[in-house]
Design a protein around this ligand. Structure first.
Ligand code: ARG
Length: 461
């Protein structure tokens, strides 16, 4: 292809093969950073003028030209030209076409290497904020549901076997705490993303008297990178974000798995709303939890993005290498996917119906009060290990006679341990078992309500 007028045609004539142009191009996916690219260039022009590297007049025409490009892209008047190599080249080309010579001065004291590092940082900073807002909204929905079901008894499970009594609110709140930690991780990633690389130039800084800190401040960064080679070759923040969102997806995937189980006929603890389920094309009775399944499935995709990024970076010598262009699709995919999943989740949870009776029935059937029975015997002075054995024998006795600890006659209790009295029935009463679990972080109603207060307080910080 005759591309003798390529901006980078210096030593070479720029006559690359058409298939090389296509292979080399990133505009199909990096054009989403047009705003960051333009804002970055406006700040760069202002810094160049403030330092006397370009004139104020040139700066004003660059800034006005860039402002016009931004407006035209946003109102649809300017279409992004897919034949440009990347978004940086596109913006600079349109600017130069529109304002002439001043446009050719914009690229003084910078390189596409620090420019792309700048754009992706700015873009991801806004993504982190969006993901955080989504998580906050989701936590809000969880807290509202948890409040509603703060004393709705259900079996808590280990090994997917009924274990001890909890409430549905308590179970839900466990996810709020996971998501709060996710917010903490995102805040942490943000700190290391908010470091301006611009002015690192190609790799070795510049001989111009630039003011990198001023430019960083104009763009809202907290600081500027302090080694020009690191500035252009660091993608740790991309990896950190991919890993933070992988953990978010892992949480959502576990939650999905539970919603899928709970909405099965076998459990029947919840019913997901029609808005978040589908039917089957052949089986008219079906209500499939597709959205929850897709969130679980997309978790694998986000993990794939993380692994792709880690592998991409592992053997790269300093500083910039074109391999790094491959970072964008993976991190964009990861951040788009997590945002969608969080949004879907909030709707799905907010509209689910809860079958309190079904949960209660399951809570009454699995001997989840057997530990409480042992604790009752401990209260009578029996060492826990002995109490554990006695309680186990009583459970076996119930199973033999098709009874529960609540319905086992006192004589049968006494046949195993003479110390057991009438009050045992209060101790194995399932509501009492839940209400007594008041330890810090426990499932008793007051504890769940105080968890909700704590989480809401964190969200308002
Ligand atoms: N499209 C490139 C990327 O995404 C921009 C940087 C190009 N730099 C270069 N020296 N070719 O990484």
């Amino acid at each position: 292809m005759d591309n003798g007028n390529k901006m980078w045609a210096g030593r070479t004539d720029g006559n690359t093969e058409k298939i090389s142009d296509e292979f080399n191009s990133s505009i199909a996916f990096d054009s989403r950073m047009y705003k960051e690219d333009i804002c970055g260039s406006i700040a760069h022009a202002r810094m160049l003028a403030a330092q006397g590297i370009i004139s104020d007049n040139d700066c004003e025409s660059i800034v006005a030209g860039l402002g016009g490009i931004l407006e035209d892209i946003e109102n649809g008047a300017l279409k992004i030209d897919p034949s440009c190599e990347d978004i940086h080249m596109f913006v600079e080309k349109v600017l130069t076409d529109r304002i002439g010579d001043p446009g050719r001065k914009l690229h003084t004291a910078r390189s596409r290497n620090d420019q792309v590092a700048l754009d992706i940082r700015l873009y991801l900073m806004s993504q982190i904020k969006e993901i955080k807002d989504g998580i906050k909204a989701l936590i809000g929905v969880i807290c509202a549901q948890a409040e509603k079901y703060s004393d709705t008894i259900m079996p808590g499970y280990t090994h997917l076997q009924r274990a001890q009594p909890v409430s549905f609110g308590h179970h839900l709140m466990a996810y709020s705490f996971m998501l709060l930690r996710d917010i903490g991780r995102l805040d942490d990633v943000y700190k290391r993303t908010s470091v301006s690389p611009i002015g690192s130039c190609a790799l070795a800084g510049t001989t111009y008297n630039t003011d990198r800190l001023y430019e960083a401040k104009l763009l809202g960064f907290d600081s500027a990178s302090l080694n020009s080679m690191d500035g252009v070759s660091d993608r740790d923040f991309v990896l950190e974000l991919a890993s933070a969102v992988s953990i978010i997806m892992m949480h959502l995937s576990r939650f999905s798995e539970e919603l899928i189980l709970w909405s099965s006929w076998e459990f029947k603890f919840i019913e997901l709303s029609d808005g978040y389920t589908t039917g089957s094309s052949i089986m008219p009775q079906k209500k499939n939890p597709d959205m929850a399944e897709l969130v679980r499935g997309k978790t694998g995709r986000v993990y794939g993005d993380l692994i792709a990024l880690l592998t991409l970076m592992k053997g790269l010598p300093l500083a910039y290498n074109k391999d790094m262009q491959e970072d964008k699709e993976a991190i964009f995919d990861a951040s788009d996917t997590v945002k969608n999943c969080i949004r879907i989740f909030a709707g799905m949870l907010g509209t689910m119906k809860v079958n309190k009776e079904g949960m209660r029935k399951a809570a009454l059937e699995g001997f989840i009060n057997a530990t409480d029975l042992a604790d009752y015997l401990v209260g009578k002075g029996m060492p826990f290990r002995n109490a554990y054995k006695v309680s186990g024998r009583l459970v076996a006795l119930c199973i033999e006679n098709n009874l529960t600890l609540e319905s086992l006659p006192l004589e049968l209790y006494k046949s195993v341990s003479g110390e057991i009295g009438e009050e045992v029935y209060d101790f194995v009463n399932i509501d009492n078992c839940l209400a007594k679990r008041k330890s810090l972080g426990g499932p008793a109603k007051e504890s769940v309500l105080s968890q909700i207060r704590f989480v809401r307080g964190e969200l308002n910080d």
